[in-house]
Write a protein that binds this ligand. Structure first.
Ligand code: ADP
Length: 472
């Protein structure tokens, strides 16, 4: 298990260490190195020096390194998944799913590296030729959260390296071990020194602010809360650092009266319970049309009550622990407030006795104005609300400052597509509980973020467009 910082192609100690906990029992898994000013400067210096060399490598060269990283990651998926389960608390099946998803970003961007399109054409006036090309932006700062410690890292490192950028990765303090394991893979895949660096700065805010004020940093890719994203956008403004932001969500699910209720419940279970609900794409508000509301609530309650909560690495478990007691208590607080606002719990809703950051699968029926509907729950709690007309459903779903993803369940595809077009979100899932795919553009509207990760758009977050006007 790697526990040191990775700077300029070497594993090094920092200015101290910090503990990493197993949230299912509170034990310490490891102590990882923290980075002070000296280490952060060394990482920045290394990334800056490596940039012109890496940017000049051939797309095929970068592609083959990423492809190799994909292959190693797949071969070692059990070990990485175990590490994810241990430091994050999610069950092993979820962790394995995450590793497969994460590795796929290396494969996808290995394929994208060699296919970046350009443009050459005559200007409409005929006075010149328009030549458009793309060049790597430069040193990129990548900041990732704890909920998908592998997926969020590869979703940024993959396109950055494909584009020819060098990176400094700052993983979440709760889950640095997975990030270090991924960097270890990249090193073995042949990434040259300085191209990928990992720091665990302490204190985080001040250090990142300082880096964003250093003219050597040209790009910031952040996944985390809208609150921190806003702070970083302010910080980045001073040097006009380019930003990609994947922020919070408050995903609505709209289930229409013509939906197949059992299939809808199946979809909601995935949308809600993948990762124990700790996903920005997690179904956060379930709106169901009145004629099927009772049936859907009963089936959802039954499915949620049937889940087995326990140690993430124990066989047969499908709900693990929250990442920390703090996160667990936040979820419990939201449910308690929802109940005092008039919500009725149909299953779960009670913090279990014993150690570990556990919270049970919970269904709660609420009125439209219940406070829980305005918060990103980030846990295994499904609030259910009844609506009547399609217009009402659309208005309720769009009544949030977030706009990451919406889920629509209907038996009529035309209706589902009309509703999807009306959703104020960057992504819409129709009759499915999960649509994240490295080959598709992931991202949000409104306060859920800026930019897209994955798909054909992903690599362009790390490329600058250059226009060359040519006299011929
Ligand atoms: P979450 O709610 O998922 O923990 P955060 O936005 O708090 O989301 O954290 C996401 C990432 O941002 C983590 O790596 C965290 O350490 C980092 N982070 C938190 N505060 C700051 C800050 N002020 N500046 C830079 N990074 C930060």
């Amino acid at each position: 298990m790697r526990t040191q910082l990775f700077i300029d192609g070497k594993w090094v100690d920092g200015n101290g260490t910090m503990p990493v906990y197993d949230p299912s029992d509170g034990s310490i898994i490891a102590h990882v190195a923290t980075a002070g000013e000296v280490e952060c400067e060394a990482a920045l210096d290394a990334a800056y020096r490596a940039f012109p060399i890496w940017a000049k490598t051939t797309p095929r060269f970068r592609s083959e390194i990423l492809r190799k990283a994909f292959e190693i990651m797949v071969a070692e998926s059990d070990q990485i998944a175990t590490l994810i389960s241990r430091e994050n608390g999610k069950v092993f099946a979820d962790a394995k799913g995450e590793v497969a998803y994460a590795a796929e970003f290396f494969r996808w961007f290995a394929e994208e590296t060699v296919r970046v399109p350009g443009d050459f054409r005559m200007a409409p006036s005929g006075d010149k030729r328009i030549l458009v090309t793309h060049q790597p932006i430069g040193v990129s700062l990548l900041i990732t959260p704890w909920n998908f410690p592998a997926g969020m890292a590869t979703r940024k490192i993959g396109p950055a390296l494909a584009a020819g950028c060098t990176v400094i990765l700052k993983p979440a303090g709760e889950t640095p071990l997975t990030a270090l394991a991924i960097v270890d893979i990249l090193e073995r895949a042949g990434v040259p020194k300085g191209v990928v660096n990992v720091i665990m700065p302490k204190p985080v805010g001040e250090t990142i602010s300082k880096m964003l004020h250093d003219p050597r940093v040209r790009n910031l890719s952040f996944t985390g809360s809208t609150e921190v994203g806003r702070v970083l956008l302010h910080e980045a403004a001073d040097q006009v650092v380019r930003c990609s932001m994947e922020l919070g969500g408050n995903a609505p699910v709209l289930v229409f009266e013509d939906a197949d209720v059992s299939k809808a419940v199946e979809g909601i279970m995935i949308a809600k319970m993948r990762n124990g609900g700790s996903a920005c794409t997690a179904a956060n508000r379930v709106y169901v049309q009145r004629p099927i509301a009772e049936k859907l609530t009963a089936e959802l309650t039954k499915a949620m009550a049937a889940l087995h909560m326990g140690s993430p690495l124990e066989a047969g478990m499908n709900l693990g622990a929250s990442v920390s007691l703090k996160e667990r208590d936040k979820i419990a607080g939201l449910v308690d407030k929802a109940v005092s606002d008039g919500g009725k719990i149909t299953t779960g809703g009670k913090v279990p006795d014993g150690v570990g950051a556990f919270y049970p699968a919970t269904v709660i029926t609420v009125e439209r104005n219940n406070s829980i509907l305005q918060h990103e729950i980030f846990g295994p709690v499904a609030p259910v609300v009844i609506f009547d007309t399609d217009e009402e459903g659309i208005a309720l779903a769009n009544g949030s400052e977030f706009g990451l993803i919406s889920y629509v369940f209907s038996g009529e595809l035309g209706r589902a597509i009309r509703i999807a077009e009306a959703m104020e979100s960057g992504m819409v899932a129709i009759n499915r509980g999960v649509i994240s795919d490295p080959a598709a553009p992931f991202g949000g509207t409104k306060q859920s973020g800026l930019g897209r990760e994955g798909g054909f758009a992903g690599i362009h977050e790390f490329l600058e467009t250059k226009y060359i006007g040519v006299e011929i």
